[in-house]
Write a protein that binds this ligand. Structure first.
Ligand code: 8YV
Length: 316
């Protein structure tokens, strides 16, 4: 039987590319001079699409591939995949949950510590030779024992909560529904949670309902002493309002791994010392990316050998 044809949309991980190349007939969309022409040329052959958060698997793309059977995402987030269209077309979808939970939760804590303890400006202070000139670095804020509000208590949000417990933090969370058997305080109003938190950590999925969930009102409730951390998706936060709040000093600090129009970062943030800016590296370690790649391959292998998918996405 001929090898299934797999289209990889963007470069992700060399190991993953090698594995896909050895098991399937791999097409690399980003290498095509004219990606549209490549899609048209192979539209009758492509059975699987491998994507990540950078590629819009829109209804138009899915419809352009009449033999498509499966979309396998090298990410846990599914916001770039038209799930409704996949369901309508009977296309299976898989993602990479669990294997990146610890890594992303670790980074949330790193951003929390980085912003509140002002690690990056302190590092720059040493490098720029300012310590012997100006003496002691200005004081920062204690993290242990602070009130942490978590937006979305899914896998990653829960892993952040666990870590924050280790810092003796008071933990509360916002979600549509109260989670049974969870020892943290549930808020059904994000404004109220922000008002009662020293730091708000965004860890929910991006959906039409969560777009700009962290609004001006929420940012103002967090206030000039508050810290916002976002390791989820940029558009969950109203970025223009966030920037303005930081400019006006209505918000204390922000630790951001994600932005609304990645890889573009608002110019105003670049000159601020009370923000830590990272280039979407939540899952960005060899360990985790290899585990994610492994899941992508195992899902495709399961699909093409008629077995149950390892991490299927339920299409509602
Ligand atoms: C990226 C992520 O997909 O899992 C997610 O939702 O955003 C990340 O893990 C990763 O950068 C892979 O390209």
């Amino acid at each position: 039987m001929a090898s299934p044809v797999v289209l990889m949309a963007v470069p992700m991980l060399p190991d993953l590319e090698l594995a896909l190349d050895s098991k399937f007939r791999l097409l690399r969309l980003w290498q095509a001079e004219d990606p549209g022409a490549m899609l048209r040329q192979h539209s009758g052959q492509i059975q699987a699409l491998v994507v990540n958060h950078k590629f819009e698997a829109s209804a138009a793309v899915i419809d352009a591939l009449p033999r498509l059977e499966i979309v396998s995402s090298f990410s846990v987030g599914l916001d770039k995949i038209d799930l409704k269209k996949c369901k309508e077309r009977g296309v299976a979808v898989t993602n990479t949950p669990d294997v990146l939970t610890d890594e992303t939760a670790d980074l949330a804590m790193a951003l929390l510590l980085g912003t509140m303890r002002r690690i990056c400006p302190a590092d720059r202070y040493v490098r720029e030779g300012l310590w012997p000139v100006h003496g002691d670095f200005p004081l920062s804020h204690k993290v242990s024992g602070k009130r942490i509000g978590i937006v979305g208590l899914g896998r990653i949000g829960s892993a952040i909560a666990k870590r924050a417990e280790g810092f003796s933090c008071g933990i509360s969370y916002f979600s549509r529904e109260k989670k049974p058997g969870v020892p943290y305080a549930h808020y059904s109003s994000l404004v109220d949670l922000a008002r009662d938190s020293d730091a708000l950590i965004v860890a929910c999925a991006l959906t039409p309902e969560t777009r700009h969930l962290v609004s001006r009102e929420v940012i103002d409730a967090l206030g000039p002493e508050g810290t916002l951390v976002n390791i989820a998706r940029g558009p969950i936060v109203d970025e223009a309002e966030l920037v303005q709040a930081l400019v006006d000093k209505r918000l204390g600090a922000a630790g951001l791994d994600v932005f609304e129009a990645e890889p573009q970062v608002p110019q105003e943030l670049l000159g601020m010392d009370n923000v830590v800016l990272l280039p979407h590296v939540g899952s960005g370690t060899w360990d985790t990316r290899r585990a994610m790649g492994d899941l992508v391959v195992r899902n495709l292998e399961a699909h093409f050998s008629g077995k149950s998918l390892v991490t299927p996405v339920a299409l509602e």
